[in-house]
Ligand binder design. Structure first.
Ligand code: BTN
Length: 255
């Protein structure tokens, strides 16, 4: 692993891409204390103040362009495990590329790649993990490792553990089923009712699985649809108010 550290860059994914285009080796890691133009999925801005972990890993996997989507599930598994190993916090995965703790987003991944013909020349795995930020400095719906664990953590140590996990599990890319099943086992919306906002429309149904092409399997009226992109929300998770109906009235009825 070669680590290139910056105090401030626009986006570690952009710097990593530039280095990869110039021939940087696999497992070159670009990390910055602050990103001034951190990017999220679908062109969204990713808030990247000091205290968080913002880094990108250059990979050159021997896979076809159609399999690049596996990398996001692979790297999410490595990140989730690293958080657990370093802090004891058990976060979950959310489609397509989030790490969630108690319904709030703790980390997001942005996987970008370049292919020539049927060959992947490089993949950039960008990982943003909220580490030591306190709630007031985080965007709405976000949390941090500090907020979850009430302790400050070593950002570099977390990064090392994530990359070590990726290196340790790299050969698993040859068995995509293992990656998918680990991701799915820890998924926060496994078999749940969800709503997905895609470009121009909102779809709902039961989230029934994920596919090697990165899509989410959404079941509605006994039909399964592959959703390629969108923002997912878990439905029916409101806490029951004291005077609401119990879910199974017959079980509570006196005989
Ligand atoms: C998302 O949830 O939409 C993905 C967020 C990815 C953020 C990381 S931070 C390091 C790397 N550099 C970026 O500009 N983005 C990724």
């Amino acid at each position: 692993m070669i680590i290139i550290r910056y105090k401030r860059v626009a986006s570690t994914n952009d710097t990593a891409k530039m280095l990869a285009n110039r021939g940087a080796r696999e497992w070159t890691v670009v990390v910055a204390e602050v990103q001034t133009r951190g990017r999220g999925r679908s062109g969204r801005k990713w808030q990247s103040h000091k205290g968080g972990l913002w880094f990108s890993v250059i990979l050159r996997p021997k896979i076809s362009p159609g399999s690049v989507a596996m990398l996001q599930f692979f790297a999410s598994n490595s990140t989730r495990k690293a958080i657990m190993e370093e802090t004891g916090i058990e976060a979950g995965t959310k489609w397509p590329n989030d790490i969630i703790f108690e319904k709030r987003k703790m980390a997001g991944l942005l996987v970008e790649s370049k292919s020539e013909g049927n060959q992947v020349s490089f993949v950039i795995v960008g990982i943003g993990l909220n580490v030591n930020q306190s709630q007031s400095t985080l965007p709405e719906g976000a949390t941090s490792v500090y907020e979850a664990g009430r302790e400050k953590y070593n950002v570099e140590q977390l990064m090392n553990r994530i990359v070590e996990n990726m290196q340790h599990d790299y050969s698993i890319l040859e068995t995509p089923d293992k990656i998918l099943s680990e991701w799915w086992t820890n998924c926060i919306h496994r078999s749940k009712n969800v709503e997905i906002q895609t470009v121009g429309e909102t779809k709902s149904g039961i989230s029934n699985g994920i596919d090697a092409d990165g899509s989410l399997l959404l079941e509605k009226n006994a039909r399964t649809e592959h959703i390629m992109e969108g923002t997912l929300r878990v439905l029916n998770e409101q806490k029951a108010s004291p005077d609401s109906m119990p879910p199974y009235p017959s079980l509570h009825a006196k005989s």
